[in-house]
Design a protein around this ligand. Structure first.
Ligand code: SF4
Length: 285
């Protein structure tokens, strides 16, 4: 039996940084309450561990509960400009771990919106990152996630397009072809982040070589779901799992080459647990 790990897998730079800063903040031993806006990463184990240490998850609709001096961690997905202003007015101490790659998208959108461009965000309109980015152009962006949606856009004088950082490159390229025809003056920024691209390429390459492919990551994590989709195309025995507990003997018993990749919110120890579980089922642990 052979276990192969994708060349790029697990925590990306932005998530690693966010978690480190969160734990650093806990280590300061401050008395004021610490919150995160939404779950800091799409990983139930990490969220549970933070909860045990007194970190509470707040949804946006509950932000009114915050008092002056409370501390709030803004996760790597970022937030809208409006929300920063609201938190400032409330006197909340903001610990901002917005990923620099997401910050870059927000800055582009703000800059071109101010210059008078209409904005198109290519991505999932329900994803917190996209919702946050839209908040840098007064929530006026057109958000499209398919060629069809792009076709249905009106014709613009001046248009600026950006991408959700976790988009699949090919998907962006296809939609871009349509957007090019939709404006007199068109500027675009491929803001897909390197980490995503590298994970996707590595997952694609590995899933072509294996009998079974495990994609580890939160079931709601969009970057993990995208990895699953890529792997499924190459390997029919692809399983999206959150932890080693989900691996059943029948998934691997007939197979010799087992591949593993992991979404950007998956800590290394979860990957190690999966490796150990596979080895123990195969009697090699
Ligand atoms: S996937 Fe990329 S953009 Fe998103 S948090 Fe990680 S490094 Fe940042």
């Amino acid at each position: 039996m052979k276990i192969l790990i994708a060349e790029h897998a697990g925590f990306c730079f932005g998530v690693k940084r966010a978690i480190e800063i969160a734990y650093e903040e806990l280590g300061k031993g401050k008395k004021t309450k610490l919150y995160t806006l939404g779950e800091i990463i799409h990983n139930p184990q990490v969220v549970k561990d933070l909860a045990k240490r007194g970190v509470e998850v707040l949804e946006e609709k509950d932000l009114y509960k915050l008092s002056k001096g409370d501390r709030l961690i803004i996760r790597s997905h970022g937030i809208s400009k409006k929300l920063y202003n609201f938190l400032e007015q409330k006197g909340v101490e903001v610990i901002d771990v917005t990923c620099p790659f997401v910050k870059k998208v927000q800055n582009i959108v703000e800059e071109y919106y101010k210059k008078g461009y209409d904005i198109v965000i290519v991505g999932d309109k329900n994803h917190p990152e996209v919702i946050g980015v839209n908040g840098w152009c007064d929530d006026k962006a057109y958000i499209v996630n398919s060629v069809e949606e792009a076709e249905n856009l009106p014709f613009f004088e001046r248009l600026c397009a950006v991408s959700q950082t976790t988009l699949i490159e090919k998907h962006w390229e296809e939609i871009l072809q349509v957007l090019r025809r939709k404006a007199k003056e068109f500027v675009y920024f491929n803001t897909i982040c390197d980490a995503t691209q590298k994970r996707q390429e590595a997952a694609d390459a590995l899933s072509k070589k294996v009998d079974v492919m495990f994609v580890i990551g939160g079931k709601h994590s969009s970057n993990t779901q995208k990895l699953r989709k890529i792997c499924e195309k190459n390997c029919k025995n692809t399983y999206h799992i959150e932890s080693a507990d989900e691996i059943m003997e029948e998934m691997i018993k007939e197979h010799e080459v087992i591949g593993i990749t992991a979404g950007a919110s998956t800590p290394d120890y979860v990957i190690d647990e999966v490796i150990n579980k596979i080895k123990s089922i195969k009697g090699e642990g």
